[in-house]
Design a protein around this ligand. Sequence first.
Ligand SMILES: [Zn+2]
Length: 141
Amino acid sequence: MKLRHLVPQVKPLPEGRPAACCYCQSPLLQRHQQVPKALIDTHVRHTQAVRHRCTVCGRTFRRYAQGASRYRQSQRVMGLAVLLWTLGLSQRAVAVVLAGLEAGIHRSTVLRDIHRAVASLVSVRRNATHFDDETSEEMAL
Ligand SMILES: [Zn+2]
């Protein structure tokens, strides 16, 4: 089994529209609000999040741009942190390197990123039905 580590890209604006409400799966949604979101990233410092309101259940939820999530740091920084750690750097050294790239995060945040990546990898393995040496999987963080 091969694992390919992909470092996600970050875009400043969300693209497209959600297909359904994430709570009740209704396709009837209203664009409710667009809010700015500060981001810790190597290139993109500010992005936008779009809030949608479900007309059936009345709940709102956010849609983030590619590479952004509810976390303060971008998925690119999370991926770089895990990549640097897998190359053998300590958590403290990863934090120093990312600070040099103007995307500084604390070493405990590096540890959380590693834990998220491991959980993501475990879920990929559980969802796979067949494993052999020719299988290639991509791990996006
Ligand atoms: Zn709903």
